[in-house]
Design a protein around this ligand. Structure first.
Ligand code: ZN
Length: 150
């Protein structure tokens, strides 16, 4: 594996073991907090994503749940990546991320999320990598129904 490949692997392992922003956000809708739950039956990953809006932008994002290393690392890196972004920018970022993990050519601008480029070689893992993102979008849109990747 190439050197950058090793680095990416390290990043996923690190975030899988020690996820960042792994906690709920208290306060509920009255304080601009939205949440949603997601489930990936293919792998058994479960995630609950919290997002706190400050005006037009995501001020804070966090998650809880249990899943494989890829799903945990993806949720962890996502909650860092979306901070300070408007919902439209979050959607655009997810589109690029989705292209990355499904092996489509991507423009730059993914930062650490590029660590997931290897997922495109394992189609079974695409849903692990995208679960937290689908769930975040549901939270931003206040969709009550739990997200399932199936
Ligand atoms: Zn998984």
């Amino acid at each position: 594996m190439s050197q950058s490949g090793d680095l990416y692997q390290e990043l996923i392992l690190d975030h899988g073991r020690k996820p960042r922003n792994f906690r709920p956000i208290e306060g509920g809708a009255a304080r601009g907090v939205h949440d949603a739950e997601g489930y990936n039956p293919l792998c058994g990953d479960r995630v609950k994503v919290f997002v706190r809006m400050g005006g037009e932008v995501v001020e804070e994002a966090s998650f809880q749940g249990s899943g494989c290393a890829i799903s945990t690392a993806s949720a962890s890196l996502m909650t860092d990546a979306v901070k300070g972004k408007r919902p439209d920018d979050v959607r655009a970022l997810f589109d690029r991320f989705h292209d990355l993990v499904t092996g489509k050519p991507v423009e730059d601008g993914l930062g650490k999320l590029l660590a997931f480029s290897g997922v495109s070689e394992f189609p079974m893992r695409v849903k692990c990598a995208t679960l937290a993102w689908h769930t975040l979008l549901a939270a931003l849109e206040d969709r009550a129904t739990p997200v399932s990747t199936e």
